[in-house]
Design a protein around this ligand. Structure first.
Ligand code: ADP
Ligand code: MG
Length: 143
């Protein structure tokens, strides 16, 4: 067990549904602290690069289109076992398979429009945080 940082995106579907606060409350309720948070509109190039690991999947094109359709909230979350804890609070990728009380069960529309992104491992968490937040920006937010 250790204090970790992870990266989260509240996706365009959830921002459009006006549930930024409800989702953020789930993080805080699980003991995760919001270390950094901002609203951004992903460019096509950013969405393609961010989801580059999925570039050969059949859903890649639609995913990039979805992630650029409107603004998102990008956040850095910190807490005990934050990477795993966030994945638990998020629920399964497919909301039909997500457990009761999870973000995706409550707020996702379908397997694509599933409300949130969360890093899946320490290395991806570091990379994804650095994709959106510079070291100087993170340092300026230190408490
Ligand atoms: P997760 O976000 O749970 O880590 P993945 O990394 O497998 O899931 O997929 C990234 C994102 O791609 C998902 O959150 C979802 O928005 C989309 N996605 C995944 N699988 C599918 C699918 N079968 N059909 C459409 N979109 C999908
Ligand atoms: Mg993933």
């Amino acid at each position: 067990m250790a204090i970790e940082r992870t990266f989260s995106i509240i996706k365009p579907d959830a921002v459009a549904k006006n549930v930024i606060g409800a989702i953020t409350s789930k993080f805080e309720g699980a003991g995760l602290r919001i270390l950094a948070s901002k609203m951004v509109r992903l460019t096509d190039a950013q969405a393609k690069a961010f989801y580059g690991v999925h570039k050969d999947k059949p859903f890649y094109g639609d995913l990039v289109k979805f992630m650029t359709e409107g603004p998102v909230i990008v956040q850095v979350l910190e807490g005990e076992s934050a990477i795993t804890k966030n994945r638990e609070v998020m629920g399964a990728t497919n909301p039909e398979k997500a457990a009761a009380g999870t973000i995706r069960k409550e707020f996702a529309t379908n397997i694509e429009r599933n409300a949130v992104h969360g890093s899946d491992a320490p290395e991806t968490a570091r990379e994804e945080i650095a994709f959106f937040f510079s070291a100087a920006e993170m340092a300026s937010l230190a408490r």
